[in-house]
Design a protein around this ligand. Structure first.
Ligand code: SF4
Ligand code: SF4
Length: 453
């Protein structure tokens, strides 16, 4: 099947996000294996995994070292063979403490550089597939680290038609690592999508591909033709935040109506997650490494790197030639929404798709609102970020963040914000709009953000 040329895009707001300081996606280098791997007990949305090893224990590559017991929690594995030499903990910016096992590499690798055993999966039941995905600790690697087995379990419980949507939407140059993965592991990614569809009992697979990467759509369909499941590809726009669930679902529903398809419920998964599902089920291998985009204007030689989980973020910058000066802001994720890194000893985790260093802090040169209206123009939801920001500050100053349902500028409206960050990116006064609005929606106080005003 050939991908159709019509491009579907959301109608309101959004931005064309270009960033020359993001790394090129034409090349990829493999980072050095770290002598000391720092393996946090939280790579996911839920509570910390329960340690399955102690200081002094020897571990093998891929061995279980932390059990995810609670909802939102996932299993954690050793990424190198070696010995657990200590545990470390550090305070995250959000206030909670993270804890990690430090593994000193020694001994032989079981998987690296060896031909891996293949496990046929075609006759495995959906429940068993889901259990394998859980056992090997697969989480969503392009977002907040939700355990995929939980997503599949709730998806399985839904009634009516179901579709798996593969999100290959490159509306942000900081998704360079996902693009590299799509090129280098295309077969694994497509097979992972077929496994995910079987595990979740989806009746079809839709590959949502941004129009600039149309060639990927053709390659996905050619590869998916080997499997016995209906698959199609839809071209979508490249305007940010086309990859957001809301904006993507809008265009998918339009596409489905035109094509006469009943999509029903949608399970949305990204390329790195699907490759991890493939590895868990077909190779019985946990997530040992991932592709990471390393760059930013304060980094000498930005590049996409294949990195072992647990590698220090500081080591990645060093392999990129170091800094051009003293960086003002270091964070993981895209500069639009990145999470600040407090310490260069923080490790790469399963969902670290990008790390960057910028010369200035985000809060540098914050000024008062000049009423330009740029934030309103780019909001894809149609909100008034300026008004919501003012309302948040007034509520915060009054010592209360609770809104009433009738208060249209209060948390009820803020609740519609999906945190895309467009408003914050375009604000000439550099106001932390989406950060404040998200806190407003949650009804939490803003003390920790006061320094940014
Ligand atoms: S972060 Fe929220 S308010 Fe700002 S543009 Fe996105 S949806 Fe609109
Ligand atoms: S973009 Fe910034 S300066 Fe302009 S109206 Fe919105 S909050 Fe005010």
């Amino acid at each position: 099947m050939i991908i159709k040329t019509k491009v579907y895009t959301f109608s309101r707001g959004g931005i064309h996000f270009e960033d020359p300081s993001a790394p090129s996606r034409d090349t990829c280098v493999t980072a050095f294996l770290p002598v000391l791997s720092i393996i946090p007990l939280v790579h996911h949305t839920g509570s910390r995994a329960l340690p399955a090893v102690s200081v002094g224990d020897s571990v093998k590559e891929g061995m279980l070292v932390g059990r995810g017991l609670d909802p939102g929690s996932a299993n954690i594995h050793a990424v190198v063979p070696g010995k657990v030499v200590r545990t470390v903990s550090w305070k995250m910016l959000e206030g909670h403490t993270n804890e990690a096992l430090v593994i000193r590499m020694e001994g032989a690798f079981d998987k690296l550089g060896r031909r891996e055993e293949i496990f046929p999966w075609q006759d495995i039941s959906p429940v068993k597939l889901r259990n394998l995905i859980s056992e090997y600790g697969v989480v969503t690697m392009e977002s907040s680290g939700l355990p995929v087995s939980e997503l599949i379990a709730s998806f399985q419980a839904m009634r009516g038609p179901r579709s798996l949507v593969v999100r290959c939407v490159f509306d942000d140059p900081w998704l360079a690592a996902d693009y590299v993965l799509c090129r280098e592991r295309l077969k694994a990614m497509v097979e992972g999508s077929v496994i995910a569809a079987r595990a979740s009992m989806a009746e079809r697979i839709i590959y949502a591909v941004s129009r600039r990467e149309r060639e990927l759509g053709d390659l996905f369909l050619a590869e998916a033709a080997a499997y016995n499941i209906p698959a199609s590809a839809v071209l979508v726009g490249s305007r940010y935040p086309q990859q957001n669930r809301r904006e993507l679902e809008i265009v998918l529903r339009i596409y489905a109506k035109r094509e006469g398809i009943d999509l029903g419920e949608i399970l949305l998964l990204g390329p790195a997650t699907l490759a991890a599902i493939h590895d868990a089920v077909k190779l019985r291998r946990p997530i040992l490494d991932r592709y990471v985009a390393v760059g930013g204007a304060a980094v000498k030689n930005p590049q996409v790197m294949k990195v072992r989980i647990g590698t220090r973020i500081g080591d990645l910058f060093e392999e990129c030639g170091g800094f051009t000066g003293t960086p003002g802001r270091i964070a993981t994720g895209s500069p639009i929404l990145g999470r600040v890194v407090q310490d260069l000893d923080e490790p790469v985790i399963k969902n670290s798709y990008a790390v960057f260093a910028l010369p200035t802090k985000r809060s540098d040169k914050v000024r008062n609102c000049i009423g330009c209206g740029e934030c309103r123009a780019v909001c894809p939801v149609g909100l008034d970020p300026e008004e919501l920001f003012k309302a948040a500050r007034v509520s915060s100053a009054a010592g209360s963040f609770a809104g009433s349902p009738g208060d249209v500028s209060g948390p009820v409206m803020a609740d519609h914000c999906h945190g895309c960050g467009c408003c914050e990116l375009v604000c000439p006064s550099r106001l932390p709009l989406s950060t404040v609005i998200a806190n407003f929606a949650r009804g939490t106080p803003l003390q920790e953000l006061q320094g940014r005003f």
